[in-house]
Design a protein around this ligand. Sequence first.
Ligand code: A2P
Length: 274
Amino acid sequence: TDTVITLNNGVTIPQLGLGVFQTPDGEATSQAVTWALQAGYRHIDTAMIYGNEQSVGEGLRRSGVDRRDVFLTTKLWNDDIRAGRAKEAFKESLDRLGVDYLDLYLIHWPAKGWQQAWEDMEELYTQRRVRAIGVCNFQKHHLDELHTISDTKPAVDQIESSPQFVNGDLIDYCHGTLRVDVEAYSPLGGTGGSLLADPRLKAMAERYDRSPAQIVLRWHLQRGVIVIPKSTHKERIEQNAQVFDFELSDEDMKAITAMNRDERTGADPDNFNF
Ligand code: A2P
């Protein structure tokens, strides 16, 4: 069903994945993961701080899909970055997930001490305990600093991007000069957002006989961005995967990009306090 992208270290990643931010630990998460895998998803994105790694692992095992066929991402939390606990935290995440390697391990935020965390993650990568390493919420200046201190390129930068916060300059910088792939979080405008009710998206959705969510996901895919929509509902999880059998026109792509309001729903990576 879905296409893959080849990261800058040669590893392939399915361009669409299931995100589980704010999916409650326990049955809700296990079910969402199982539904997604049964609907053809092969990419799950969690984080230590989401508190649901154990349930992600449970859902993975319950689905019957081979772990090796699933691209699994988790993230190193800020407290562990500040405490210099990257390697310990990595092991703890593996244990909670019930797996013996990760596909992608990410620095969750550029918290104080991330440079040391990156060195530790490079070691995990060299030891082949993780197939790729990367960052989240890195701005241009963080990426530039990373480039000066390390020979290992991040495979991805996971950043907020949606039609209301396009983040176009950073995406262009990643795709252009750096050759770093971008993963979009809050791709549908985030939890509790009103983006999907926008009349312009609704009108476009009617023209394509799709839902507004499918239109927005298609916009991400056609920009070459990796996208990880979240839902706890089976029919939405399934619907969000049905985005590989239609194409938006250039004009509609531009119209969606022009909806940009430069409004984040998440925290500012240059000014966060957690
Ligand atoms: P829910 O989990 O109740 O389905 P994000 O931009 O972070 O991926 O946020 C997606 C938000 O939009 C979630 O709150 C999710 O809520 C909702 N959502 C996900 N898929 C769809 C869909 N296909 N149609 C409508 N709402 C959706």
